[in-house]
Design a binder for this molecule. Sequence first.
Ligand SMILES: Cc1cc2nc3c(=O)[nH]c(=O)nc-3n(C[C@H](O)[C@H](O)[C@H](O)COP(=O)(O)OP(=O)(O)OC[C@H]3O[C@@H](n4cnc5c(N)ncnc54)[C@H](O)[C@@H]3O)c2cc1C
Length: 493
Amino acid sequence: MEKHFLIPISRRDLLKLFGLTAAGAVVGSNQVAAAQTPNITFNDAQIPTLLRADVCVVGGGCAGIAAAVTAARNGLKVVLIEQGIVLGGSQTQGLVYPAMPTNIHDSDTPYITDLNKRFYMHGISVDFDSDPKYKNGGDARQYAPELLAFIYDEMCADYKVEVLYNATLIGANTQNGKISAAVIHTIEGLSKIEAKIFVDATGDATLSRFAGVKVERGSEHTGRNQKMSFRFEMGGVEEMKVYKFFVKKLKDSWCESKPPAFEFAKTTHTENFYFAGIERGEVTKDDVAYIQAFVINGKPGTLSMNCPEMSPYIYSSTSALDRSKAIQQGRIMIRRLANFFKKNIPGFKNSYISREASMLGIRESWRIHGKYYMTADDYFDARKFPDAICRSAYPIDIHDETLNLGKKLAKGEFYEIPYRSLITNEFSNLIVAGRCISANFSAQASVRIQPTCMSMGEAAGIAAAYGLKNNIAVNALDWDIIPESQRSYVSRG
Ligand SMILES: Cc1cc2nc3c(=O)[nH]c(=O)nc-3n(C[C@H](O)[C@H](O)[C@H](O)COP(=O)(O)OP(=O)(O)OC[C@H]3O[C@@H](n4cnc5c(N)ncnc54)[C@H](O)[C@@H]3O)c2cc1C
């Protein structure tokens, strides 16, 4: 029986604890090996077990839900731990909308098709003005966050996933190369969830880090993380007037699609409009560095604002303090942007901030270094793998102007994601799904989109079920030995 759990403490804090200077302790590269993160060990800590399950999924974002629902559909008892009170993670708490297309036809795995059917049942057209050539390619996932949250609850109830809201993972019990329990904080205090298999779908590789898996963060060249965003929604907008302003008055060819499928952005055609706002002192250069707005299916008169972005030179997504400061700064930026739109864009005259995200938009923070480490070459060489769990042609999309590679795969080409990038050398019963899988900074910038994260979660659920039923450790499992009929994806290589 294990007797301890681990809470990581930063190297700087540990040095402080011993009265040493932190100078020189800053890790120069983005490599954060487990050994470099000292842990406080609470020997003999008596922590009650709140729940026992076959699978414990930590993190209720799009990847975690897919993992939990798929494992439950395969007959397993599943607990899903979420620190917030809504499922969807970035999609719902972060107001990240819509799901981007994988840009390759027929890439949807069965879970995504099921989710689309639920959208349809709830009145959301799946092929909402989508380009037919990308139909069934991860496109047209147009959802209002409130509806999506409801659908996720409904799915979890249908498949009997035990969802534990307001439960924050704070540590991990490990024993003999296995995670034996997730230590969580809830309204009842500290407790643990014991499970045979754990899925880390926290986006920040939190369970993996707490357990001691080797992780990385940011760019291997600059150490910077991708930009964070603080998204918001504006209600009371007259979309047709906004459309006419951009397309007819500013002659912007980028946002030609008419409402209801309308979006606008800062482009070469419209940048002078924003520059004039800077000159008048209404907004700052940072406020308008990146501007994008979408209509929301099911919320007429409301726009989803994919901005503002906070500079990665100032704020890092792997610093707790920076995240807090970015929230404060972002809230100021939101206010300035809303006033600017209201004053200068016809159609925004009666608008107002109708919703602010309740979670920062984190594109990238920590990533595990697992059995297979994806790189940009996998993308550019359009690599295929026998153990592929899904495919994509979404570009390498780095929100950091000096790093954007700007290259895309040729039309019709795609790369695949191997199951091995979801598993670790360190723990035999851990699967990682979502934006923190084993990929370098550039590769992560492509795999991080929602349909791909969902397919990863789905594969995690299938692998957990197959591994348990056949007594194979999930980090020793070859995805390609699972019968094709039970796999969500079979390599096209
Ligand atoms: C600003 C922005 C714009 C984007 N635009 C698009 C877009 O237009 N289309 C697209 O497809 N993708 C987009 N993306 C990418 C995509 O939305 C995300 O990469 C994807 O949603 C990540 O899903 P996930 O499940 O891996 O992680 P997350 O969505 O981050 O979910 C992680 C979940 O884990 C929970 N959690 C974390 N730590 C703990 C803990 N310790 N205890 C308990 N729970 C915990 C969180 O509360 C959260 O619910 C964008 C991302 C950002 C930030």
